[in-house]
Design a protein around this ligand. Structure first.
Ligand code: UDP
Length: 498
């Protein structure tokens, strides 16, 4: 019904790996269900990165926006959060607003060429200025939050209700959340705990998020059925329409048949010391559901002493594992991994006993998660990792570190029942080897809590897959949400034109 040739949509992602990839996946999904032209506008280096992540036949068009981070104190050639220390990431956030003028120039050109404004601008929650841009070009802005509903709602509410300080208790309630969802000060990243509206982080997040609340609607990378409570909280808090268009995952990750091809996403520029084949061969040598996969996302790592405790605990647990290791906090993430960060001869022992595989820097995550030997995922709970794990029915042991990860973990434990939390924070994480052994044991053993988590994860997996169902009478909820979203935009525009 929405196949009018000249319609187009413009997308503005924030410049971080975990945002660019879901934007690209959403662009593809919009194009697949509407045949509209979709433009993604971002900086040159990020366009380059996205281009190399898409098959050449993709219909998404990329627009390079000139960007000079140097004006905001960024080193040359830095255009996304990759390998940036926290102190510099805040500059990148502030610098992102400088994309507004080139974005307006691009829109002037494209509106002129096409003789009409885009049907909407889909922008990142951190690029709230897009609301005004959309208005001045005669269209609407839709915010796309790349996280889940519960986690995003918590993050938004935390920033808009500062400060969060110790009173008589470390627990507090959060506007928008029912009383049963108490939050804890340890769930706040240090900069959020220190924020009071005057610091550099608040001065970026507060205005941009507030502007995003004036959008026409929000899109969320989740599945309505798996996060019922979270979606309700989110809708009530925003008081805007929210369409759940997830899971934004590669098609191959959602089917049962293996094509023999790697299904992991975006390896561009990521070096690993092991091939996907060797990784999968190693998994083949293990029992079904016996392996713990450990990874902290694309840009996080843990402290050196935490790493040591984790290694000792893992060895004591005697569970097989694949661990993506990177230099600890305070060291160059791309630098060499020094043996002294692990117990003496740890890697050799694990290799000899065929107990553990250490992967340096980057692993084929989706291939590992979809392998039948993988039994649980020790994860930082970045939302892409969460969706990837659950789409394969793999329960989670959480170690949230930054952003909204602690709220994802909270939701996974309290609402979804697919997770147990091991600890929180990077260098500050309170972790002892004995607790690692005990939690991993509980999560991976056949009975009790571990079995219940696995059972729930299996249910969630089916719900995720059903959301993308195309055949049969009933379309999956993700595809239906996309249809409703587009129909609403068209109805709104027709109304405005009347
Ligand atoms: N990833 C991967 N191999 C790695 C580390 C990460 O393939 O060794 C991918 C992972 O599959 C996911 C993304 O990188 O798609 C990480 O996104 P997430 O939202 O989980 O965390 P972030 O990197 O944004 O903290």
């Amino acid at each position: 019904p929405h196949c009018s040739g000249g319609e187009y949509v413009v997308m503005l992602p924030f410049m971080a790996h975990g945002h660019l990839i879901p934007f690209l996946a959403l662009a593809n999904q919009i194009h697949r269900s509407t045949t509209f032209t979709v433009f993604i506008a971002t900086t040159k280096l990020n366009v380059h990165y996205l281009r190399s992540a898409v098959p050449s036949a993709s219909d998404v068009r990329f627009i390079e926006l000139p960007f000079s981070g140097a004006n905001h104190g960024l080193p040359p050639n830095v255009e996304n959060t990759e390998n940036l220390p926290l102190t510099k990431i805040v500059h990148l956030f502030h610098a992102s607003s400088s994309l507004e003028p080139p974005c307006r120039s691009f829109l002037s050109r494209v509106v002129e060429e096409r003789g009409r404004p885009p049907l909407c601008i889909v922008s990142d929650v951190f690029l709230g200025w897009a609301v005004d841009v959309a208005k001045s070009f005669g269209t609407v802005n839709v915010t796309f939050s790349t996280g889940g509903a519960y986690g995003t709602a918590a993050y938004v509410s935390l920033w808009l209700n500062l400060p969060h300080r110790k009173t008589d208790s470390d627990e507090f309630s959060l506007p928008g959340f029912p009383e049963r969802c108490r939050f804890h000060l340890t769930q706040l990243h240090p900069f959020l705990r220190a924020a009071d509206g005057t610091d550099a982080w608040s001065r970026f997040f507060q205005p941009q998020i507030s502007l995003s609340l004036q959008s026409y609607a929000w899109l969320c990378n989740t599945v309505e059925e798996i996060e019922l409570a979270g979606v309700e909280i989110f809708r009530n808090y925003l008081n805007l329409p929210v369409w759940c268009v997830g899971p934004l995952l590669p098609q191959a990750a959602l089917s049962n048949s293996s094509s023999g091809q790697s299904i992991s996403r975006h390896r561009v520029g990521k070096e690993s010391d092991i091939s996907t084949e060797n990784c999968l061969d190693w998994l083949e040598s293990q029992e079904p559901r016996s392996v713990l996969y450990i990874c902290f996302g694309s840009q996080n790592t843990i402290g050196a002493s935490q790493m040591m405790e984790l290694a000792i605990g893992l060895e004591r647990s005697e569970k097989p594992f694949v661990w993506v290791i990177r230099p600890p906090v305070g060291f160059d993430l791309r630098g060499e991994f020094l043996p002294e960060w692990l117990p003496e001869k740890f890697e050799e022992r694990m290799r000899e006993k065929n107990k553990g595989l250490l992967v340096r820097n980057w692993a084929p995550q989706l291939d590992i998660l979809s392998h039948r030997s993988t039994g649980a995922f020790l994860s930082h709970c970045g939302w892409n990792s969460v969706m990837e794990s659950l789409s394969q029915g793999v329960p989670i042991v959480a170690w949230p570190i930054a952003a909204e990860q602690a709220y994802n973990s909270k939701m996974l434990v309290e609402e979804m029942g697919v997770c147990m939390e091991l600890t929180r924070g990077a260098q500050s994480a309170n972790i002892a080897a004995e607790r690692v052994r005990e939690v991993i044991g509980r999560a991976m053993d056949g009975g009790g809590e571990g079995a219940e988590m696995r059972r729930r994860a299996e249910e969630v997996k089916l719900q995720i897959r059903a959301a993308m169902r195309e055949e049969g009478e009933q379309k999956g909820s993700a595809l239906k949400a996309m249809d409703d979203f587009v129909a609403s935009l068209i109805a709104n525009r027709d109304q405005v034109l009347k």
